[in-house]
Design a binder for this molecule. Structure first.
Ligand SMILES: [Zn+2]
Length: 475
């Protein structure tokens, strides 16, 4: 982590960082926000373009309904109030990857406002306000390498021009890099649960300096740490912080001034004359709200109650919606959902940690865990055998079903001599019940199974006891 050692702890203690974050999120619609060009990533440069996203004179934008729906869904999940009427605005600036000379965004009337996210701060939870969520278009991409003459030329790919984005702006409620990290983690989770999106990092802090285009959570934490130290250092030395945009160099762990505020912030916003006000009325809002899935925090609480798992395990199992879905599907299909949850905790997590793997890289899938749970449940394999099979799964990088087959579908030995002895004793001790059974009252078998289970202190495999009791009584 980048630190400037000359800042003393006592100097540090005098200041409280004020951090606000601006996060850009790409909405994964099939087509762009104002034209029908594909948003597909990785196509040949400038192959998904048309007069609208090239910014040719006279071309008119038409708003993509799906982009609005995704944006509203994200805003609802972030507890925002949707403005029934919002206005698109032109943000004017010149850049080679912005052929129109302006970006269509939203300014004083954004799509949504007044949201919040709850984050864990130390022991308590803290509410971080969301100032606004607005819709905008992405710019193209300047390419500096990887093509002929790239040493002396910059090329522009406009495939990304017009891809829909939302910008999520937080209130300056964040007071440490750790809180910023936590906020971003929760934000990502909520958004990914709800909308098809790809986060693009960008953030701003205070009113003093802005650090642009930091694309990983770790770098954001480091850049914030560096900037906090830098601000305190400058102020302690009697200097002043200049309002400016800075870039973070992740190799050096430092930020560098990029351009002065005069150039940076006069965007001369005005309402976009080519687009009508965006109206998302109560009916449409309600329709979109109906498609909002169970949010991660609510899901964790329910899973803890339903499966008796710990909060930490619930956290791991809901790391993505797909994993949580897989777990719940497997658990519900298994004979004992609780056993599936227990196996995840007792057999999977430790092995994953030992190998430094995330649960999504686990060789044993949730279906595999469910299948193994059923085998233990039915008594086909013992707990010890299950452990050995899991070890093999991790050694071979294969799922449970495959390893179970490779090992010849092992079953635990059915050494029944001890059990038979207990059954014989139970039968000898209860002649009246034996008579009833042999006279046709077959349900009495249940009484014997119960007695045998009790005598074995619950150690016997119930399935096996059932079989043996029936066999002996039939004699
Ligand atoms: Zn286009």
């Amino acid at each position: 982590m980048a630190t400037t050692p000359e800042i003393s702890l006592s100097a540090r203690a005098k200041y409280e960082p004020v951090i606000g974050l601006e996060v850009h999120v790409q909405l994964l619609t099939a087509t762009k926000i104002f034209c029908s060009c594909s948003t597909r990533f990785g196509d040949p440069p400038n192959s998904n373009v048309c007069p609208v996203c090239l910014g040719l004179p006279g071309a008119l934008p038409v708003l993509n309904r799906k982009a609005v729906e995704f944006a509203v869904l994200a805003a609802l999940a972030l507890n925002c109030r949707i403005n029934e009427t919002s206005i698109f605005a032109r943000k004017n600036y010149f850049y080679p990857d912005l052929p129109k000379g302006y970006q269509i965004s939203q300014y004083d009337k954004p799509l949504a406002e007044h949201g919040l996210i709850e984050v864990k701060a130390s022991a308590a939870t803290k509410k971080i306000g969301i100032t606004r969520v607005h819709l905008e278009e992405d710019a193209g991409k300047s390419l500096h390498e990887g093509f002929a003459h790239s040493a002396e030329t910059t090329a522009v790919d406009l495939n990304r021009s017009g891809v829909p984005l939302i910008e999520i702006v937080s209130e300056p409620d964040i007071t440490s890099p750790d809180e910023a990290y936590e906020y971003l983690a929760r934000l990502k989770e909520i958004i990914l649960y709800n909308v098809s999106v790809r986060p693009r990092g960008q953030k701003e802090f205070g009113t003093k300096t802005e650090v642009k285009n930091v694309n990983s959570f770790r770098f954001i934490r480091e850049a914030l740490e560096f900037e906090i130290e830098r601000h305190i250092g400058v102020i302690e030395a009697g200097g002043k912080i200049t309002q400016e945009t800075r870039l973070y160099n992740s190799n050096e762990g430092k930020t560098y001034g990029m351009r002065s505020k005069e150039q940076a912030h006069d965007y001369r916003y005005f309402p976009e004359p080519d687009l009508l006000p965006l109206v998302v009325d109560a009916k449409w809002q309600a329709e979109i709200r109906n498609t909002l899935p169970e949010l991660p925090e609510a899901r964790r609480r329910r899973m803890i109650a339903d499966y008796g798992i710990s909060e930490q395990d619930a956290q791991v199992l809901t790391v993505t919606k797909s994993l949580a879905d897989q777990f719940e599907m497997a658990a519900k299909a298994a004979k004992s959902p609780k056993r599936v949850a227990n196996l995840v905790q007792s057999e999977l997590m430790g092995r994953l940690r030992a190998k430094g793997l995330g649960i999504e890289q686990s060789p044993v899938s949730m279906q595999g865990v469910a299948a193994s749970a059923d085998l233990v449940e039915s008594g086909a394999i013992s707990g010890k055998m299950l452990k050995d099979l899991y070890d093999l799964c991790f050694e071979r990088g294969k799922d449970f079903a495959a390893v179970y087959e490779e090992e010849g579908r092992p079953e635990q030995s059915r050494d029944t001599s001890v059990l038979e002895k207990i059954i014989d004793q139970t039968i000898a001790a209860n002649p009246r019940q034996v008579e009833q059974y042999r006279a046709g009252k077959k349900t009495v078998a249940g009484f014997f199974v119960g007695q045998v289970m009790k005598a074995s202190k619950g150690q016997a495999n119930p399935q096996l006891v059932n079989e043996l009791v029936a066999k002996k009584l039939e004699r």
